[in-house]
Design a protein around this ligand. Structure first.
Ligand code: FES
Length: 172
């Protein structure tokens, strides 16, 4: 008799190996090995697909929360202009890298996670480029990929404005 086992929501963050182990433990020991391998493969694939969607879903949820509560006040303009760039790792939008620019743009905000493998890019003001330290991808100030053997897409950008000397950021 086949027993269907659903994976509790509390296990969503658990390693795929642990989910595979749970699936295998629920199999009756008399089932043929071939059928068990197929079910195990299907279970692992389903769990993997579900986990692969999590980062995107979390970003979407964070963006929705920020949009609902209005722009985030992330820094003072003089502070940003003095530093040239500011990395804020834990905002409601996730990590945000602010850079100051000459007028009329003044400020820009990007998600610093490289679209290739997620390394945090650095702002090179002398070259006006975001540079990924892992595989040397380069993005211009607008977040567009300008050079990259591995990265394929742009950085995620946010809408950045200045009001009363404060830098306000909202989903792009
Ligand atoms: S992680 Fe940035 S180019 Fe690979």
């Amino acid at each position: 008799m086949t027993r269907m086992t659903s994976i509790p929501a509390a296990l969503v963050g658990v390693e795929t190996n642990a989910i595979a182990a749970i699936t295998m433990m629920t199999e009756p020991s008399s089932r043929p090995a071939k059928a068990m391998r197929r079910r195990t493969f299907i279970s692992i694939s389903a769990a993997g697909l579900g986990l692969a969607q999590l980062p995107g879903l979390l970003r979407l949820r964070q963006g929705s929360a920020a949009a609902a509560s209005g722009p985030l006040d992330l820094a003072s303009l003089p502070q940003l202009q003095k530093a040239g760039s500011l990395l804020l790792k834990n905002t409601a939008l996730g990590p945000v890298l602010l850079i100051s620019q000459p007028a009329p743009v003044l400020v820009r905000a990007v998600d610093p996670r490289c679209p290739h493998k997620g390394c945090l890019v650095d702002w090179q003001s002398s070259e006006q480029l975001f540079v990924c330290p892992c595989h040397d991808a380069e993005f211009n100030a607008s977040g567009q990929l300008t050079n990259g053997r591995k990265a394929r897409g742009p950085l995620t950008t946010f809408k950045a404005t200045v009001a009363n000397g404060r830098v306000l950021v909202s989903p792009g």
